[in-house]
Design a protein around this ligand. Sequence first.
Ligand code: ATP
Ligand code: SF4
Ligand code: MG
Length: 452
Amino acid sequence: MTSLRAANKEREPLTAARSVISLRGVEKYFPVKEGTLQRVVGHVRAVDGVSFDVRPGETVGLVGESGCGKTTLGRCISGLTQVTGGRIYFRLSDADAARLDVIEAIAASERTRDQVRELKRIEENHRIDQLEGKAWKTYRRNCQVVFQDSFSSLNPRQLVKDIVGRPLRVWNEASGEELTERVVSLLESVGLRRQHMYRYPHQFSGGQRQRVSIARALALDPEFIVLDEPTSALDVSVQAQILNLLYDLQRERGLTYLFISHDLGVVRLMSDRIAVMYLGKVAEQGTATELFEDPRHPYTEALLAANPDIKAKESGMKGLHGHVPDPASPPEGCRFHTRCPVVTPVCGWEVDDAVAWLQDHEALAEGLAAVERRTNFDATLVFHTEEAAASAVEAFHKGDVPPVMRSALEEMSTDGRKVSIKFSPVPPVELEDIGGGRLTACILHTSRGLRI
Ligand SMILES: Nc1ncnc2c1ncn2[C@@H]1O[C@H](COP(=O)(O)OP(=O)(O)OP(=O)(O)O)[C@@H](O)[C@H]1O
Ligand code: SF4
Ligand SMILES: [Mg+2]
């Protein structure tokens, strides 16, 4: 292990005042294509404006329901996929981060020549999609990934000796006898033995295979590892062994982790700080203790309430209801407003909410013929008959439409079979510092909420 650490000469002291990874408004949109010509008709907003820093030696947990963008964000950070917006920096010093904030706040056309030069210097040295030559290599070898599915991430036709030794060979780190000894040392560091070198991946149990994946990730003595659901496919007892191994390796090697999981218990165990993701955005961010003891965002509260094994502060929250909306057309205002148990009239009510409510009520849904949308907040609902239109209006005025949606409705007028509805446009609810380093994207806590 000592020799491995010595092999990485580019390593910096862990006490440096810098982050290992800094995300600034990171976006990854996937095109949605249709028809024989494969025309782009929209975009899945898998990651939609995520910003946070990962500091040396810490574990940042990334948690959220399936499809919220955790893996996509991990792939962007590790350079396996290109971002479509925003920036990712590697080893950004606090001083450079502060300069970036200052320069980027100035319109591009108004920056001085010195500011342009300074921005260029920072980006060429730290922004991962602009790194070249030695800087790119330093980033590539220092940022590794361990995936959930060790079966598909390990080449079934290669011996473990070749799988674990490959990074060392590709980077000309070792060959011949030295390479073999380095592989043995790596296997031993993850609890495997010399004889395991001559086995194929299918000859291991799931837990052992994940140990092989970890050994491979450690081969170049990286600084940072993205762990994408590293224990989700394993039995509970094996999970604990792998988590302990990851924890020990972090302490021994000063590793920094981004720990991705949908399992709150595991994230709590492993993380110093946690970012809770919902539909491509971070809903709440704080230390593990803060988030579990005193969650502020209703989504975090609902996630905790849905997990009976986690003893969180009693909040009266009932857990999560309904489906995660389509990331190709995420809800307006607060993305969680379609499922939030404490939603207010100013959280982003829109035409889709009214239509979804009608469609959930068979008698009213049958009467709805078309939706003529002017904006997401303003539309005409066309019914098959005047009676159907009248029933819908009655339901909105006096029936069992949720009172909070009724309050949000700014206008409703009828003209025969047509019913015009209008909600107030609401800007996206963004993450805000609510004091003490806590960040949340809920108007009940942010400055926008205080203005209501
Ligand atoms: N290559 C791709 N092309 C199109 N859409 C994609 C692609 N990869 C991911 N997506 C979509 O992006 C969204 C986020 O997916 P992602 O795999 O990042 O979620 P996740 O949080 O890791 O989910 P899980 O917990 O199930 O692993 C999903 O809606 C997914 O369908
Ligand atoms: S802003 Fe807060 S209260 Fe409103 S829907 Fe979002 S989480 Fe719920
Ligand atoms: Mg995933």
